[in-house]
Design a protein around this ligand. Structure first.
Ligand code: URA
Length: 216
């Protein structure tokens, strides 16, 4: 059996709505940031379906005892927001998975070579066995940043099958690189766009997600 990259674009009116708000050039930064937060919430919710381990037990209701299922608090889970734009998704993603630890990864891309460089790395030397990781990378464009993030995380002991990526807009060059290197990986995105312009921006895209989130 050959593994294939799985890219999920959940069919949801709220995801379509907030993506459209984010795409609109006239959306002011404060609303753009809320749109990204909303997308972060719904896409994280979809991404953890069938993925968060649960434990079955019993609870006493006010009336009687009944079966209950909780998210297993023993499962190590990490959220890796790729700075800056990934921060726009973080608050809501963290609300969806409150037991997750947050490991910031700051990557900046050189505007002429489009190559990423790491300026902040809060990943541990080694992740605990079976750690599940959600990467927040809103714009999957050339693939440079996400490939660097995957390498850093996997080199610290995380299996690619336990990683899920949340993006807002994904473009074919990044998806091709991920597919070639990590078949079996799952990505949750609001949309797959046509491609990139000569400056590496996704078209039609939504512009610079970091600048628009933080008004810079
Ligand atoms: N990063 C962004 O913020 N936007 C793009 O279109 C591509 C990379």
């Amino acid at each position: 059996m050959t593994l294939q990259l799985r890219v999920y674009v959940p069919e949801h009116p709220l995801i379509k709505h907030w993506l459209s708000v984010a795409r609109d050039v006239n959306t002011p930064p404060v609303l753009f940031k809320s749109a990204m937060s909303e997308l972060g919430r719904w896409l994280t919710y979809e991404a953890v379906r069938n993925w968060l381990p649960t434990v079955d037990t019993m609870v006493q209701t006010p009336l009687t005892e009944c079966a209950a299922t909780f998210v297993n608090p023993q499962t190590p889970i990490g959220i890796v927001p790729i700075l800056r734009a990934g921060l726009a998704l973080l608050d809501e993603a963290q609300k969806v998975i409150p037991t997750a630890a947050i490991y910031h990864l700051g990557l900046v891309r050189d505007e002429s070579s489009l190559e990423p460089a790491c300026y902040l790395n809060k990943l541990p030397d080694r992740f605990a066995p079976q750690t599940r990781i959600v990467i927040l990378e809103p714009m999957l464009a050339t693939g440079g940043s996400i490939m660097m993030a995957m390498k850093e995380i996997i080199s610290r002991g995380v299996s690619p099958e336990l990683i899920r990526i949340i993006s807002i807009v994904a473009a074919p060059p990044a998806l091709r690189q991920l597919s070639k290197n990590y078949p079996g990986l799952e990505i949750y995105t609001a949309i797959i766009d046509e491609g990139l312009n000569s400056k590496g921006y996704i078209v039609p895209g939504l512009g610079d997600a970091g600048d628009r989130s933080f008004g810079t």
